[in-house]
Design a protein around this ligand. Structure first.
Ligand SMILES: Nc1nc2c([nH]c(=O)n2[C@H]2C[C@H](O)[C@@H](COP(=O)(O)OP(=O)(O)OP(=O)(O)O)O2)c(=O)[nH]1
Ligand SMILES: [Mg+2]
Length: 153
């Protein structure tokens, strides 16, 4: 205090710079098919992508994969396995390090449900050799590079 006048300190914090996030996407396999849905989110709108989302604090990759598939499709997954990781600079504001997990449905007769209709137009099984177009950019890059999510027998 000076001359009885209280100084007020500016409390504004500078905007934090954009940071990469961790994504987890799931190759849910059913015979020679994979589960894909048409995205309605701003990122990759109208492209076909795997179920998945962002890693939450304290989660394992497998826990995140299980949670996201359940939240988005209602499906319970089994036999989760780490496949690979990719670095995706998707736009000026979106940079995702994406971990890919392979899994199978616990019950192959259970039908996928569209539980987040604001994010996905609907889920369906697609033959790996006849994928729908356009694929979500990071997934298209993987397919173009020759990546194959199926176990080698
Ligand atoms: N869902 C999904 N995400 C992918 C794929 N490939 C890929 O790099 N990602 C990355 C980019 C996405 O910004 C990020 C998170 O997935 P998302 O966009 O579906 O996130 P979300 O809204 O469902 O989840 P959340 O933020 O509520 O946790 O994962 C893919 O094929 N499917
Ligand atoms: Mg998602």
């Amino acid at each position: 205090m000076e001359n009885g006048v209280q100084q007020t300190q500016a409390t504004t914090t500078p905007p934090s710079p954009p940071m990469p996030k961790v994504g987890v996407a799931v190759f849910l396999l059913n015979g020679s098919k994979v589960l894909l849905g048409k995205r309605l989110s701003a990122v990759g709108h109208s492209t076909f992508a795997l179920p998945g989302g962002h890693l939450e604090f304290g989660e394992s990759f497998e826990e995140c994969a299980t949670r996201e598939v359940k939240e988005e499709t209602g499906l319970i997954i089994d036999k989760t396995e780490y496949l690979t990781v990719t670095n995706n600079v998707i736009s000026e504001k979106v940079h995702t390090v994406c971990v890919f997990i392979r899994a199978v449905p616990a019950d192959i007769n259970q039908k996928p449900e569209t539980l987040e209709p604001e994010k996905c137009a609907g889920w369906d099984w697609y033959e790996w050799n006849n994928l729908p177009k356009p694929l979500f950019g990071p997934l298209e890059d993987m397919v173009q590079s020759g990546f194959n999510p199926f176990p080698t027998t």
